[in-house]
Design a protein around this ligand. Structure first.
Ligand code: PEP
Length: 256
C-alpha cells in the first residue's frame, strides 16, 4: 500500500501573519493523520522560518515544510536565487520542481530541472516533480508523449534507488491549474496509470508500485475525494484551495 500526500502550494500569496494563522489553524485540526499520510506546506521563501516554527511546535511527524523552487548551483553569483542547502538549513524537506508557472514564466527547461533534481538529491532532499500538458497538446491528443518526454528528460537518468527515495511526481495538466476546470476522474486516472506504466517499463514493478503520483489542477474540497479514490492517484498538489483552512482541511481529510 502506498502512502498518501497532500501538498499545498501557496505560490506568491499570504503575508507573514496570515501564513502563521493558516498553518496554526490547519495543524490544530490535523492531529488524526495516520502514519501513511503526509501534509506538506510549500510556502514562499520569506515564510519558511515562520511556518517551520509552527510545525515544530505542533511536533507532528506527518507534516513537512516545503519550498516552491530552488537553484541548481550550490552557491555563487546568482542574484535573487536560493540554494538547496539554504532551504535545508531552514528545515525544508520537500521542494517543488518544474511547476508549469516556472516553466512558462521563467523558461525552465527539462535539462535545467534535471540539474535541480540532482542538486536536491545530493542534499538528501525530496523533490515534488511537476509535469503536465498545455491545452493545445491535450486537444491534439498527444499528452502522453508530452508528459513522457518531461519525465524522461529530467528524471530517467536517475538510479532506481534515487528515484524511489527522493521523487514524488505531480501530474498537473496546465489547462486545469487555477482555472476551476478539473481533469475528470477518468482523465486523471488515465494519465497516472500511464506515468506508472512508464516507470514500470524503465525501473520495474517494485519502484512503480511504490512511487507517489499526485494530481494537481483545481483540486478542492468538492472533488478531492473522488480524485483520490482512483487507484493510481496518491493525493494532490493544491494551489488555490490550500490558502484557507476551510478549503484545505477537507482536501487533507480526503486522504482517508
Ligand atoms: C498548482 O498551482 O500547483 C495548482 C494545482 O493550483 P490550483 O489548485 O489553484 O489549480
Amino acid at each position: 500500500m502506498r502512502k498518501k500526500m497532500v501538498a499545498g502550494n501557496w505560490k506568491m500569496n499570504l503575508g507573514m501573519a496570515e501564513a502563521k494563522d493558516l498553518t496554526e489553524n490547519i495543524l490544530k485540526e490535523c492531529r488524526s493523520l495516520s502514519q501513511d499520510q503526509l501534509v506538506v506546506f510549500c510556502v514562499p521563501y520569506i515564510h519558511l522560518h515562520t511556518v517551520a516554527d509552527v510545525i515544530a511546535q505542533a511536533n507532528h511527524k506527518q507534516v513537512k515544510l516545503g519550498a516552491q523552487n530552488c537553484h541548481d548551483k550550490q552557491s555563487g553569483a546568482y542574484t535573487g536565487e536560493i540554494s538547496a542547502a539554504m532551504l535545508k538549513e531552514c528545515g525544508v524537506s520537500h521542494v517543488i520542481i518544474g511547476h508549469s508557472e516556472r516553466r512558462q514564466y521563467f523558461h525552465e527547461s527539462n535539462e535545467f530541472l534535471k540539474a535541480k533534481t540532482n542538486t536536491l538529491i545530493a542534499q538528501s532532499m525530496q523533490v515534488i516533480f511537476c509535469c503536465g500538458e498545455p491545452l493545445e497538446i491535450r486537444n491534439a491528443g498527444t499528452q502522453n508523449e508530452y508528459v513522457a518526454d518531461q519525465l524522461k528528460e529530467s528524471l530517467f537518468h536517475l538510479s532506481a534507488a534515487d528515484l524511489q527515495g527522493h521523487i514524488t511526481i505531480a501530474y498537473e495538466p496546465i489547462w486545469a491549474i487555477g482555472t476551476g476546470v478539473t481533469a475528470t476522474t477518468e482523465q486523471a486516472q488515465e494519465m497516472h496509470f500511464f506515468i506508472r506504466g512508464l516507470l514500470r517499463a524503465q525501473y520495474g514493478n517494485d519502484l512503480a508500485d511504490k512511487i507517489l503520483i499526485l494530481y494537481g489542477g483545481s483540486c478542492n474540497a468538492q472533488n478531492a475525494q473522488e480524485l483520490f479514490a482512483n487507484p493510481d492517484v496518491d493525493g494532490g498538489l493544491i494551489g488555490g484551495a490550500a490558502l484557507k483552512a476551510e478549503t484545505f482541511l477537507p482536501v487533507i481529510q480526503a486522504m482517508n
